[in-house]
Design a binder for this molecule. Structure first.
Ligand code: PLP
Length: 482
């Protein structure tokens, strides 16, 4: 059914009870006041509720359906973490409170949350310290790359300009490195989907500033020689960056700092209980090894001898401000609540079940789809629809057919080294029944591709709009109400 946006009827009203104790009064200059009412839509409460409920049902999210979007960790985020983020003592805090005289006493609880979350992430990742300020994963990468640049500058190593990045990396990695001033060089993957260590060896040199490596990599594989790779970089005075957006596979089981990584980011909106999609808000905290601590952005939360907390801006080697205020506090609060809820025993079970679920899907689907890399995977599995593409059904068509079956498609055409890639990340929060239903649909679609490929290419038939010209939809969006 088409959504009608013009529902206003003159004189129609909805009422709300206002319980504010603050008197509403202000002395605006007469020139700024309206002489006509604002011309707002006139609607009853029921009209408004139905309109927004209808719109919300056109939105796909984890709360409504299975959402195996690989590399994105679209897992269910417990509502208990939401509750904590909504505590009025936190959600009504004004970001400028600490700057009032002696204002810190008003926000000790919030500063403690920041301090403790930083400590918890450092412990989970094996890093010396974290900054919670970056507002997204890519922003964390940029922060990390700037810290790497600052470190080399501080040591007088002006010639360290080359950043090595594998061809399977997320596109944000080379973008972040380039914005931070590095020249990016791509390192190929080998036949098993791992970083080609021989090619890396040949690329190493005195001007190499570092390597950005996703762990586990974007094929969902753990690099078996990752510790050796870190040592190779350190031998040429290079730093190793861990793109930790895939931390869901390692949580509580293995720590990037112990492997040899010097700097990393994690995505709170993937691994740590913040829902994501639609552009945020998110958070991409960055962790660093001891030698990089002086370069962290300001401000830094510190604990005094008496147990109180304060924001330290006096950090002479810092890369400076990378975010207004102190990061996305509500997102950090959810992560804090989530980590404390799961605890030392719960965190590893996240990773174990995420890996188990991905391998379950992999084993069940391998008879029906190509599996370019055959080894056990971590939290996600990359299939290829090459077999189906040979009869004219592409990964895109399979994705559309899944939409008709009530499930969000996997990531398609990424990583780019896999033709017709379907990257499936089931996450730990899905039940076996849901996984079986998904596997059943994927089997059914593979069969249909053989018997009636046109039927797959026609999908989706159940959605408000069918196949869009996706390029035009992005370049010339029609955002008018009518
Ligand atoms: C999601 C993701 C990023 C970027 O994170 P954003 O918060 O979307 O900026 C970077 N690298 C990998 C591997 C990711 O999966």
């Amino acid at each position: 059914m088409k959504v009608i946006f013009e529902k206003s009827v003159p004189g129609r009203r909805g009422l709300d009870v206002v319980d504010s104790e603050v008197p509403v009064q202000a002395d605006f200059p007469a020139a700024l006041l309206r002489d006509q009412p604002a011309g707002m839509p006139e609607l009853s409460e029921l009209d408004v509720v139905r309109h927004f409920t209808e719109l919300s049902q056109r939105n796909v999210g984890v709360d409504g359906a299975f959402y195996p979007l690989g590399s994105c960790t679209m897992k269910y985020n417990p509502k208990a973490a939401e509750q904590v983020a909504h505590y009025p003592g936190f959600s009504y805090l004004h970001p400028l409170l600490p700057q009032l005289p002696k204002g810190e006493t008003l926000v000790q609880g919030a500063l403690e949350v920041l301090y403790e979350t930083e400590r918890l992430l450092s412990e989970i990742c094996g890093m010396a310290a974290f900054t919670l300020q970056p507002l997204a994963g890519a922003h964390g990468e940029l922060t990390g790359a700037m810290i790497m640049a600052a470190y080399h500058r501080d040591r007088g190593s002006k010639h360290k300009k080359r950043m090595l990045i594998p061809d399977s990396a997320h596109g944000t990695n080379p973008a972040s490195a380039a914005i931070a001033g590095f020249a990016v060089q791509t390192i190929p993957s080998d036949h098993d989907g791992y970083l080609d260590v021989d090619a890396l060896g040949k690329a190493l040199g005195d001007d190499v500033a570092g390597l950005m490596l996703t762990c586990p990599n974007t094929l969902g594989l753990f690099e078996p020689r990752v510790a050796e790779v870190c040592r190779m970089l350190h031998q040429v005075d290079g730093l190793v960056y861990c793109d930790g957006a895939n931390l869901n596979a390692l949580l509580g089981v293995c720590r990037p700092g112990d492997i040899g990584f010097d700097v990393m980011h994690v995505n709170l909106h993937k691994t740590f209980a913040t829902p994501h999609g639609g552009g945020g808000p998110g958070a991409g905290p960055v962790g660093v090894a001891e030698k990089l601590v002086p370069f962290l952005p300001v401000s830094v939360v510190r604990k005094r001898q008496d147990g109180s907390f304060y924001l330290d801006y006096d950090c002479p080697k810092s890369i400076g401000y990378i975010a207004p205020f102190y990061g996305n506090f509500g997102v950090i609060l959810r992560a804090y609540a989530y980590i404390r809820m799961l605890g030392r025993d719960g965190l590893p079970r996240v990773a174990q079940n995420a890996v188990l679920n991905a391998n379950y899907v992999r084993e069940k689907l391998r008879p029906f789809y190509d599996l370019p890399y055959g080894q056990l995977c971590k939290h996600e599995v990359v299939l290829s629809a090459s077999r189906q593409a040979a009869v004219g059904v592409r990964a895109l068509d399979i994705a559309k057919a899944l939409i008709d079956r009530g499930m969000h498609p996997p990531t398609m055409y990424f990583p780019m080294i896999v033709p017709e890639a379907l990257m499936i990340e089931p996450t730990e929060t899905e039940s076996r029944e849901t996984l079986d239903a998904f596997i059943g649909y994927m089997k059914e679609i593979a069969e249909l591709a053989k018997t009636d490929p046109e039927a797959v290419r026609r999908c989706p038939t159940s959605t408000p709009v069918g196949r869009l010209d996706e390029t035009r939809a992005a370049r010339q969006p029609d955002l008018a109400m009518r």
